[in-house]
Design a protein around this ligand. Structure first.
Ligand SMILES: [Cu+2]
Length: 177
């Protein structure tokens, strides 16, 4: 009798995060990031390099694990502790992350078609609340997978409102798969 150990090698070679989600990965029906785990770890790009901001010296990491949907984990370090306790909107955006150019990130990556629906299940929302050490973490889970491309996680000045708005764009993390 066949045992379930027949997981393909490329799936086994994914990161520990993916291994933890192995059951989900095996059940996947060919999503765009099937079985894959992506880790992006980089300095945040500043949208207003001339002005001082709480994310000027911050680094961020986005982990995305594909399976029967997508689990995204966003971790930020090195935020100015002066903003401890504040919540900042953060989302996966459609366009690339370019320093000094908030508009380049385009709008939110939105999975819905017509009518367009904006909420935390049609988009990947990763709002963060900064702690006293200048760190923050959030996660999101949706039942779809974003298409490949050059994209960005944009951090905004305010928490995400019900309509998806979150104020000015402060910084971004480049992600591409
Ligand atoms: Cu956004």
């Amino acid at each position: 009798m066949q045992h379930i150990q027949s997981t393909p090698l490329w799936r086994r070679s994914a990161t520990a995060a993916a291994a933890a989600a192995a059951v989900v990965v095996v059940a996947a029906v060919a999503p765009a990031v099937a079985g894959a785990a992506f880790n992006f770890n980089d300095d945040l790009r500043d949208f207003a390099p001339a002005a001082a901001g709480p994310f000027d010296h911050a680094r961020a990491k986005l982990t995305m694990v594909g399976g029967a949907g997508t689990k995204a984990v966003f971790v930020v370090h090195g935020v100015d502790p002066a903003v401890a306790g504040q919540t900042f909107g953060a989302h996966l955006h459609l366009g690339p992350c370019v320093a000094g150019n908030g508009a380049a990130a385009l709008g939110h990556y939105n999975h819905s078609t017509t009518p367009r629906v904006v909420n935390d299940q049609t988009e990947i929302w990763l709002d963060i609340t900064v702690n006293g050490g200048g760190n923050a973490q959030s996660s999101a889970r949706v039942d779809w997978t974003p298409d490949a491309g050059m994209r960005s996680v944009v951090i905004h000045a305010k928490p995400t409102a019900a309509d998806g708005t979150a104020g000015d764009r402060l910084a971004c993390l480049p992600v591409e798969w």
